[in-house]
Design a protein around this ligand. Structure first.
Ligand SMILES: [Zn+2]
Length: 180
C-alpha cells in the first residue's frame, strides 16, 4: 500500500487515498477469488464424484494453458455400458479405465495451444506415459499417489508436474507481480 505524503495538499491527499482505496479493493478481490488451478481442480473433483469405484474416485480434466478452454474430462470406470463393478478384488486389477486415459482418448491431439491436465490424484506410471505421448505440457495434481514414480517419469520427459498448492502459490505470485 502506498503511503500518503504529508506534504501534499488536501486535494492531492484525497486523490491519493481514493487511488489507494481502489487498489486495495482490487488487491483483496484478487486474493480471495479462486486461482485458475483451484478452479480447474474443483471441476476435476466434481467429475471424480461420478466414478463408481468404491475404493478411489479419480477425476481428470484437460484445459488450454491460457485457461480459456476446457478440452476434455474423465473419471475412472468401466467401458461405456459395461457393469459398474470391479472385475477383480485384487489391488490394481479392477479392470477400470483410469481417469487420465478417459480424458486423453477424447482429446484433440492437434489442438493448437499448449495443454494442461488437472488430476485429483497424481498419475500412475502407465498413465504418466500416456500423458507424455499425448503432448500434455503441465500436470497439476490434488493428492500425491502412493507411488511417486509416475510424477518422476513426467519430469524426466520434460512435463512440468506440481501439486495444487505449488500451482496455486505460483498463480498468486504472478497475480501479485501483475499488480505492481
Ligand atoms: Zn493411471
Amino acid at each position: 500500500m502506498r503511503r500518503v505524503r504529508r506534504s501534499g495538499s488536501t486535494a492531492s491527499v484525497h486523490r491519493e487515498l481514493t487511488v489507494t482505496g481502489i487498489e486495495s479493493m482490487n488487491d483483496q478481490a484478487k486474493r480471495t477469488r479462486p486461482t485458475w488451478p483451484e478452479t480447474w481442480m474443483a471441476i476435476a473433483r466434481t467429475v471424480a464424484a461420478r466414478s463408481y469405484d468404491p475404493r478411489l474416485k479419480v477425476g481428470a480434466i484437460v484445459v488450454s494453458s491460457d485457461n480459456t478452454q476446457m478440452l476434455s474430462g474423465g473419471y475412472n470406470g468401466n467401458y461405456a455400458g459395461g457393469p459398474n463393478e470391479h472385475e477383480s478384488s485384487e489391488p490394481g486389477q479392477s479392470g477400470f479405465i483410469h481417469a487420465e486415459i478417459n480424458a486423453l482418448i477424447k482429446l484433440d491431439f492437434n489442438f493448437s495451444k499448449e495443454k494442461h491436465m488437472y488430476l485429483t490424484h497424481s498419475p500412475c506410471r502407465m498413465c504418466a506415459k500416456c500423458i507424455i505421448n499425448a503432448g500434455i505440457a503441465q500436470v497439476v495434481y490434488g493428492e500425491a499417489y502412493r507411488d511417486p514414480s509416475g510424477v518422476d517419469l513426467l519430469r524426466i520427459a520434460g512435463v512440468s508436474a506440481m501439486s495444487l498448492e505449488q500451482a496455486t502459490a505460483m498463480s498468486r505470485a504472478k497475480q501479485k507481480k501483475d499488480l505492481t
